[in-house]
Ligand binder design. Sequence first.
Ligand code: SF4
Ligand code: SF4
Ligand code: SF4
Length: 586
Amino acid sequence: MDMLNVKINGIAVQVPKGSTILEAARIAGVEIPTLCFMKEKNEIGACRICVVEANEGRGFRIVTSCVYPVSEGMEVLTNSAKIQKARKTTLELMLSTHNKECLSCRRSTNCELQRLCNEYHTDENRFKGERPVYEIDYSAAHLVRDNNKCILCRRCVAACNEQFVSVIGANNRGIDTNIGQAFDLPLNNVPCISCGQCTVVCPTGALMEKDDTDKVWAALNDPTKKVIVQPAPAIRATLGEWFGMAPGTNVEGKLAAALRRLGFYKVFDTDFAADVTIVEEANELIERIQGGGVLPMITSCSPGWVKFCELFYPDLTPHLSTCKSPHQMEGAIIKTYWAEKNGIDPKDIVTVSVMPCTAKKFECGREDESASGYPDVDVVITTRELGRMIEKAGINFTALPDEAFDNPLSEDTGAAVIFGATGGVMEAALRTAYDWVTGESCDHVDYEAVRGTAGLKEASVVMNGLEVKVAVASGAAAAKNVMDQLAAGNPKGWTFIEIMGCPGGCVNGGGQPYQPQCVRDIVDLKAVRAKALYDQDAGMPVRKSHESEAVKVLYSEWYTEGFGKGKAHHALHTSYVARPKYTYDK
Ligand code: SF4
Ligand code: SF4
Ligand code: SF4
């Protein structure tokens, strides 16, 4: 590799040819502040926060480090007086159109703009004058846009484009420039898939998940209600980050302890229903293969993906498994089986799901998700909202002891744990389908070919002489690739496909803890968070969903007609709608 010699703040360093100044500085151990920059996603040099002084033999001049390439012998000053002044002025100009409501803003203390303004001692009123005032868009179930806090960095636009959905962009020009939907349509009136990827990357409080914590507090303070909580598999791999722990720290025990201290009547685990999902889904797959049903069958755990399919490929919804997603199944089981067993009227139960995903806020309000006659899930909060609730309750999360979830609706297998990573549902389903088709208990349970963070993975498994070709896609762009192939006649002959709406799956969902972009640029969050789940799976005594004793009890006591039949079909399966068709040409 060709290397160049440069000096960063007087320190000599060798960097690969083609590096930007920002990359060279990172190699030298110097972090240059950024706001609009997202590595390989939003390299537009727009916000001017990353400016540095660079000398290529003609004297120092100011350049934007995120896009400016280094040259042999270049000298760079990242923090000179001139640079500090330039950055401070840029921040003050940003604040001139900002509402500066830090005291009540939910991003306060983890806002990238606020942190920089603090570091640079900005005068928030230096540039006074008229500023545009925007109505807040509350129209969607999953997120809120407050353009009074937007700095026009376009990170959200890049995230939405990466999802191949592209429903947001810049409107108007000059001081009236704002980010939103075309023709200022409300967010609930465009083909947004509710994935929330835009909220994860927004550096400010301009884009936030819709906060539903007040509904949970109200239920917890209502003596007539039994409030039951369930966290998704991915939450244990990420919640620790909210409290400053390293990405990839598994906090399952502290998670259960914190939920109990918040006052929930029962602290169940969605993992239980993930195992139920697998037995239902594996059974559905085998029935479709043996009975001439629609193939390939595609998983339906991810409501962002399901909405993407309904919006953009409505003719192909028969490929979707009819299984509800695991938390909806858990809610249905709580309000039917568990309620009856415990003599509790389902109308007195409030089910709360803690999810990695903003699309689950949309999903819990869908039709055909009310097995007991009441919504399977009443409230969905994200990992971030749970983090705020724990803080508000004064719970010292990092000092909590490890506790177990309540049973019986928490017992899980390793197969359930890996649901949170892309490929996890496929691997879990293969573990069960293989045993059922062959009639043997296979010792090999690690399907490495479907692991990893690649957007599209393919594998082939032979069961009793039958070759089953599978594909795993994560992120809506990869989903589009798969669906275009299905529309063209499935040339690769896939039988079973897992699709997750967010790149990397739920560990990288739109409701997961923020990490500043400087961390996201250098840490593969998808991989380190997934590793926490695969490590847990590897150490578990039972790693196949159909071997879960709790699942066996559920079917022997309640779903006695068998998988996908009678009461199980009514409670655990759902239906889809063909939404108004959108195409990429419009
Ligand atoms: S977005 Fe950041 S700077 Fe703006 S009000 Fe919220 S915390 Fe303050
Ligand atoms: S939620 Fe997803 S689809 Fe909707 S605007 Fe944000 S990134 Fe785009
Ligand atoms: S909404 Fe957030 S991410 Fe999007 S342009 Fe505004 S500040 Fe940037």
